[in-house]
Design a protein around this ligand. Structure first.
Ligand code: NDP
Length: 281
């Protein structure tokens, strides 16, 4: 699979999203976020994933400004929090994100988590935002098959993306196939198994990594890319940020892809301790 850091996936509305992004969940607002995002941009990432709930959109906006890179060359994702759905303050919350990120449009705006009884109303507001041109694409996150079906039953616009927990110990083959069936791109959160996770100790990943002179993290991210999954690893260390983008000088064989696909025979519990399958539409 020939790719580089600029390789993009075409979403169902024609917008191109870079396959590799940089996540900033749990990165402290202020210097930590500004530094990490600048390192990511220096390393060539052109896709940043934040959220209102991460409370660091202001620092992401500052880093982008200070990088001197054209706004249009950076793909920004942010997300509508449950709190705004509960209080029906979706539009104001979106506008606050625009201000904090110092931009007049978001590339991809997502419903962060489904919230029972509030999804329909929220999706209508995202559709309104999309039609106004202030989001180039809209989508969902943590929507499992039944919630995707419920949304599609009366949506005017099909989500472009579903961002879900996905890594070799939790491959989510069923949700990924359901997304593909509906033309929804699948994006992996906690692609390295998350903060405090054990994924990167996996012997299968480490044996494959040794063969290529790579790390278990690089093999994991390469597996996601070769599966056609958008991936958004997070790090606050410059060397790791660079290494996590150095994925394009090796290619996993079909046998290695299968060996990694098979690692979720015993899925780990969800990292967030919150199972989206229990949330009704
Ligand atoms: P990741 O799977 O990206 O893992 C991050 C952890 O891995 C950190 O502890 C990091 O440590 C470590 N790490 C990063 N690179 C390496 C490396 N090369 N070798 C060893 N360890 C490494 O977890 P996240 O949960 O942060 O997920 C990624 C992004 O997904 C988030 O930042 C966020 O943008 C998004 N997300 C979305 C959710 C949603 O509900 N939609 C939920 C959770 C995440 P260190 O920083 O110290 O380098």
């Amino acid at each position: 699979m020939k790719m580089d850091i600029k390789t993009t996936k075409k979403l169902n509305n024609g917008v191109e999203i870079p396959y590799l992004g940089f996540g900033v969940f749990q990165v402290k607002d202020g210097e930590d976020t500004v530094k990490s995002v600048k390192w990511a941009l220096e390393a060539g990432y052109r896709h940043i994933d934040t959220a209102t709930a991460y409370r660091n959109e202001g620092s992401v906006g500052q880093a982008i400004q200070e990088s001197g890179i054209n706004r249009k060359d950076i793909f920004i994702t942010t997300k509508l929090p449950i709190d705004a759905m509960k209080k029906s303050t979706q539009m104001e919350t979106f506008e606050t994100s625009l201000k904090l990120l110092q931009t007049d449009y978001i590339d991809l705006y997502l419903i962060h988590w489904p919230h029972t009884g509030k999804n329909r109303e929220s999706w209508k507001i995202l559709e309104e935002i999309y039609k106004s041109g202030r989001a180039r694409a809209i989508g969902v996150s943590n929507f499992m098959e039944k919630n995707i079906d419920a949304l599609l039953a009366d949506a005017k616009i099909v989500p472009t993306v579903d961002q879900i927990e996905l890594h070799p110990h939790y491959s989510q083959h069923a949700v990924a196939a359901h997304c593909a069936k509906h033309g929804i791109a699948c994006e992996a959160w906690s692609p390295l198994g998350g903060t405090g996770g054990k994924l990167l100790d996996d012997p299968v990943l480490n044996n494959i990594a040794k063969k290529y002179g790579k790390s278990a993290a690089q093999v994991t991210l390469r597996w996601e890319l070769q599966n056609g999954i958008i991936t958004i690893p997070k790090s606050t260390h410059q060397e790791r940020i660079k290494a996590n983008a150095n994925l394009y000088d090796f290619e996993l064989t079909l046998a290695e892809m299968k060996a990694i696909n098979d690692l979720d025979a015993n899925p780990q519990p969800l990292g967030m301790g919150w199972n989206p399958y229990t949330i009704e539409y």
